[in-house]
Design a protein around this ligand. Structure first.
Ligand code: AHG
Ligand code: MN
Ligand code: MN
Length: 334
């Protein structure tokens, strides 16, 4: 059997890539891995545990019903970040405002993390893949002080690292620090993430598109035209049109497209005029990974990572995936 590289070993080996890093980022990535193992364990047994499935009975600031596991995962990550000392503050989908950690220990943290603790909430109770998405920035405020809104509202291109954990048929952690993308599969028998997908590259093009087509008549004409006159038509050299694949968990749809090639679209609609997905903790981290793997992420017109955010829970239209497919889709928009 060839030597297995654990995530921990991999992170330590790569630490030298950052000349000024003193190990905090490595520790933070390891903390995220540990928290995600706990969440993975909860997700895997949710149906057997009391108080793990179903609605929490509350809504988040976006008016969406919170699921019990949304809140459990959110607390799991927050507690890990508070205890780690590398992070001075966080923002998450499940909290209206950002949190500045006020212990002396945390105030010395260099980083902020923005995250979606559980992506694909509507799939939790029906045993379909869900995930966690995270984005890491160096703080703008002074070390030793409380984290500020300015620390949170940074452009995607300022990200130091980003990644996701997919609780799918296996649990995988995929991340980038701006030097390519690597994927690790959780080996439940030893409780370790092991390198399974080194240097991931997104195919330049693919044969699958993912969109909630229930929205086709409430989005702009160019999208309808792209889907109906392009994706759903047989193209030269191919026996069939594109295949439609929509899981409804962004992480899972993205992960499939990263491996097989494809496009994911969530445009603005008359119901969600800014789009549905959140710039800071859904779109930016996946955009960073897509670009690092040779793919592309835009809002239909502009690069996602060059958008200057104005609000924590800001939404944007989202086009992400294989470079040629995203360019093709964009060419349909006026
Ligand atoms: P979340 O569960 O974190 O709120 O995110 C749900 C997102 C995303 O994962 C998914 O692709 C999309 O919303 C699904 O939206 P529709 O149900 O409107 O298709
Ligand atoms: Mn989400
Ligand atoms: Mn979520």
């Amino acid at each position: 059997m060839s030597k297995v590289t654990t995530l921990h070993e991999f992170i330590m080996d790569r630490q030298a890539d950052f000349p000024f890093a003193s190990g905090e980022l490595s520790r933070l990535l390891n903390d995220i891995a540990v928290a995600s193992k706990v969440v993975s364990k909860d997700v895997r047994r949710a149906g057997l545990l009391e108080n793990f499935l179903g609605a929490q009975g509350s809504t988040n600031i976006q008016g969406e019903e919170q699921q019990k596991l949304d809140v459990i995962a959110d607390n799991q990550f927050i507690n890990m970040f508070k205890a780690g000392g590398e992070v001075c503050g966080i923002a998450s989908e499940e909290n209206d405002d950002f949190m500045a950690f006020d212990s002396e220990f945390s105030k010395n943290g260099k980083y902020v993390v923005l995250f979606d603790p559980l992506d694909g909430s509507s799939n939790i109770d029906v045993n379909v893949s869900i995930g966690t998405i995270f984005s890491i920035y160096r703080r703008k405020s002074d070390i030793g002080s409380l984290a500020t809104m300015e620390d949170m509202l940074q452009m995607g291109q300022e990200q130091i690292a980003a990644g996701y954990v997919l609780y799918g048929s296996s649990t995988m952690l995929v991340y980038t620090t701006g030097r390519g993308v690597n994927g690790f599969t959780l080996d439940p028998s030893i409780g370790e993430f092991c390198l399974s997908h080194p240097d991931m590259k997104m195919p330049e093009t693919g044969r699958m598109y993912a969109m909630n087509e229930g929205n086709i008549n409430i989005c702009e004409e160019g999208i309808k035209e792209y889907i109906e006159t392009y994706c759903q038509q047989t193209q030269p050299g191919h026996a069939r049109p594109y295949s439609g694949r929509y899981i409804g968990s962004l992480v899972a749809d993205f992960h499939r497209n990263l491996i097989k090639g494809g496009i994911y679209i969530y445009p603005d609609t008359s119901v969600d005029p800014e789009g549905k997905l959140r710039l800071l903790y859904e779109c930016n981290p996946l955009a960073f990974i897509a670009e690092q793997a040779g793919g592309l992420a835009t809002d239909g017109r502009n690069r996602i990572m060059s958008i200057s955010p104005g609000r924590l829970h800001q939404r944007v239209p989202f086009f992400i995936g294989s470079k040629k497919m995203v360019e093709q889709a964009m060419s349909f928009l006026k």
